[in-house]
Design a protein around this ligand. Sequence first.
Ligand code: ADP
Length: 710
Amino acid sequence: MDRAQGDQSNGRSCCTLSLAKLLLMTSHDTSSLQNKHPVWQLIKYATRSFTDRRFSLWLALVGLVVALLVTLVWLAGRYEASQYQAELDRDTADAVNDLRNGFSNHIVTLQNLQAGSLSPKLWQAEVKPLLSQNRSWLRIERRDLKGLVLDAVASPLKPNLFDDKNRMNEQAEIVQTCLRSKRLNGPAYSRSYFVPQANGIGLEVMEMCLPIIEQGTSLGFTLLTYGLQEVLATTLGETYGRRNEVSFIEPDGTRLAVHGTLPRAKRLFTATQLIDLPGTTLMLRMDGRRAAPDLFPNILPALVTAMSIALVSVLVLLVKDSRRRLKAERDLADALAFRKAMEDSLVTGLRARDLKGRITYVNPAFCQMVGFDADQLLGQSAPMPYWPPEMVGEYQQRQAVRLAGNAPPREGFESVFIRKDGSRFPVLIFEAPLINVLGEQTGWMSAFLDISEQRRIEEFSRSTQERLQATARLATVGEMASLLSHELNQPLAAISSYATGSLNLLKRSDHGDAAHRLSDLQMAFERISEQAGRAGKVINSVHDFVRRRDQDKEVVSPQALINAVMPLVLLQAQKLHVRVETKLGERLSPILCDRTMVEQVLLNLARNGMQAMDHPDCRTRLLSLQIKRAPSSESHGWVEFSVIDLGLGISPEIAKQLFTPFFTTKAEGMGLGLSLCRTVVEQHGGHLEFEAHEPSGTLFRFTLPTAPEL
Ligand code: ADP
């Protein structure tokens, strides 16, 4: 069962090891872990909602900018148009003024004409040049108070418009106008009316009646007929006719007279003004076509539009940039989620240190391993809280070597850590320099593997092996003992019966003759001596069997003996968290010994020493193996081996029975170790002793002879 578990955990350790190495190499493939892990889902959701929100923000920004730009262009256009409209309104008002002034001048001219009652001939002579000068004047009449025409002169510049017939048609209107002028005692104007002509076209005309007053008495009227189109042409043509179309219109928009033409395909602006004249009201309309239809009528909207285009371009670039950033953020989140999932699922402890030896990162597996929280570990430097107190010096030295830039072995090294609860455990450590993207070393990355389970299995198989060996040895001893008892039983039984017979013979002194009894006794003693000799031979054969090992003796250096037992000693030392040190004296001569037996002695003593330190009260666990030359006066020298532990020592009661076979204080002990050790040492002619060690523990010391020099 245990072995099966061991194999399993061995396999797991192997996998973890590869994973740790993989992690240290920091090469990974993110796509494989993009699964349904909750952390990943959470990150994805957060990213998506963040992206959606950012997208709508961008959309709102673009919409606002576009709306702002459209409004700006529209406002600029509107401003431009309002400017034109205002200009046209001003022009129209000016035109109305010009017309009023023109009409006033005409009145003055006519009043001058009326001064002095002229004879018809003279009147006509005066009027004709006036008609030639004023193109808008079509006819001038002089009428009496009843409205009858006294004199009439038509404009020489126009074909005669009026014949008697159409003059009669307008008679009522004319009389009305003149009556009004008489009432007003000043000029009065008639409504405009259309006068058709022979060629199918006609003219819109208007009459102006001015009373002729002499010394307060009204004598008649002067009637002036205006051609409205000519009024527009002569009065406003020069000033406004080029850019605008000026017209007199009726309230319903019907044009009565027009002057000026407009180019097409231009935006039309219109302004209308009333001209109040005594007796009638004219409506002047001015249509202007300005450069409004162009999209960019002037520099302001053009500038605004250009800036808008620039703004929109920048916006587009920003959107593109933001999309690139978003993608990078998503990739980063993917990579982080993968890294976190990987670190959390590892059973290998991970730890990063900076170049000063301070911990900068630990993964959950490491925290679990040592029993400390990440907060308690981050920022810590030597001595670390998970270092065993007695190892602090050694570990600090190791860290100094590492920080000096010496790379550790690639295959890793073993160490012992202490958990927060005080328990110790062995770890396998892999360390590698931490290199950043610029190729600079920023610290050290370490992977830790808890190998206590592995050690437990090794120890289990070792102790099983040992037990098997011990059992086998015991079986041999038992076999030999039963053989001995069997072999010795017969001669001893014979000796016993001969001795009993002899005693009986001696007791029965009165019986038979003395000579016969003596010969019987002699025979019995001979038999006893014979059987004793046989028993002696059995004993000698056992001795010979033991002595035969002498032939196995060989010359070996003390150092080689230590080297041979060291792996086994260290194995147990790791299990019991004991540090082992060796001290070898100078110029040690080789020794002649049964190598296997001496190694067994060293192993026994070392094991006893380490077991003596396996106690919670024992804080410092150090086993020292020392070899030195022993002072000697003999021809060959001696080498002295010492095994020193810092355990709890040996009490006087135990000390008394220490070398007694089968004496033990351990549950699983056999109590043969020390007695065998002494036998082996003494067989080599050496001496095994022990004494208390200061300040604590015990020192076991034995000597072995050096090999004779050739
Ligand atoms: P075992 O180891 O099987 O018990 P040993 O003959 O080797 O047999 O040891 C006998 C006893 O002597 C041990 O049970 C132990 O009590 C005691 N002993 C031996 N070595 C030491 C030591 N270094 N310190 C304290 N006690 C010791």
